[in-house]
Structures are given as C-alpha cells and as structure tokens.
Design a protein around this ligand. Structure first.
Ligand code: DQA
Length: 169
C-alpha cells in the first residue's frame, strides 16, 4: 500500500506559477529494486514503486515532473547522471552501497553541475562503521538519512525551491 504523504510535506512553493515544470530525476542504486522485501526491519516495507507513486503524487500536486529509475549497475547510473544534464533540473540520488565505494559515481555527481540530494532510507551513521563514509556527500547539495521512504519526499521538498530560484536566475 502506498503510504500517505504527510500533510507537512504535501504543499510546496507552486511551480505552476513558473513557466516550465521543473524535472526531478530520482535515481536508485543497487538492491533498491528489492525494497519491500529486503531487510524490512532496516529499510521498511514500502516498495520502490510505492515511493515512485508517492513522489509523482507530490509532483502532480506541486508542479514538478518526477522520473524514477533504478539500476544495479554503476555504469548505468553514471550514464543516467550524464544524460540528466540535458533532461533534468535536479536529482535525488540513493546510491545504495555505491555510496561507500564509488569514486566514479561521486565524480559524475560533481561533473554534471546539477543540484543532487543524497538520500538513504536508513540512518547510515547508526549502522556498521563502513556506512558512515560517503563518497557522494562532499559533492551533494545535502544528505537525508534515516527517515525511510519519507526521506525521498523531504529531498523533493528541499530541492524544489532551488529549482525555482535556478529558473528565476
Ligand atoms: C542505503 C544505505 C546503504 O548503506 C545500503 O548499502 C543501501 C541502502 C539506504 O537507503 O539506507 O543499499 O542507501
């Protein structure tokens, strides 16, 4: 079942008042296709599809287009980040385990020059020590970790005003 959007996260600065609809690309890394059944005591029971539905509902209500993708392959995620320069205004990225290992993914985030928010369902700082290091965080606009599926909405909410001010600038 798709979780409801909390009222506090439902409403945002209205992008409809601006000329074009900002496009947010939501990228998900390895193993996140298994959300819902994967270690639910850590990652919750919400599926990635549910998260996509929730984000699209939020986007519809607030005037942002949302595109959700997932890959288990580092190179694919890097290609999508490169392509996002042409197609997106901002990116929400849950790099999964690549967070803690991928210099190449961090380089791609740094290269594209778009605002990127790093999201983790779990609180990576409260888990194994190796999860406390992220290659992505130094090149991300910000990090949201530990709020489950709601973290994606928090990221959208944090990103949205940036995209409007980009348009105005
Ligand atoms: C994760 C945290 C990572 O450490 C882990 O490898 C994941 C999921 C999260 O959303 O909490 O695959 O990014």
């Amino acid at each position: 079942m798709t979780p409801d959007i909390p009222d506090t996260l439902r409403f945002m600065p209205k992008a409809q008042e601006h000329q074009s609809m900002p496009h947010i690309l939501v990228l998900n890394g390895p193993n996140l296709n298994l959300l819902g059944t994967r270690e639910p005591h850590i990652y919750g029971k919400t599926t990635l599809e549910d998260i996509g539905t929730m984000l699209k509902t939020w986007g519809k209500g607030n005037g942002y287009s949302i595109e959700m993708r997932q890959s288990n392959h580092e190179g694919k995620l890097i290609d999508w980040l490169h392509e996002s320069r042409e197609s997106a205004d901002g990116v929400i990225l849950n790099p999964g385990g690549l967070t803690h290992s991928s210099v190449s993914l961090a380089d791609a985030v740094a290269a594209i020059g778009l605002p990127v928010i790093e999201v983790h369902l779990s609180n990576v700082y409260a888990r194994e020590p190796f999860r406390a290091h992220s290659y992505i965080s130094p090149v991300a606009l910000g990090v949201i970790s530990g709020f489950g599926a709601t973290g994606y909405l928090l990221a959208a909410q944090a990103l949205a005003p940036r995209l409007l001010s980009q348009e105005e600038g």
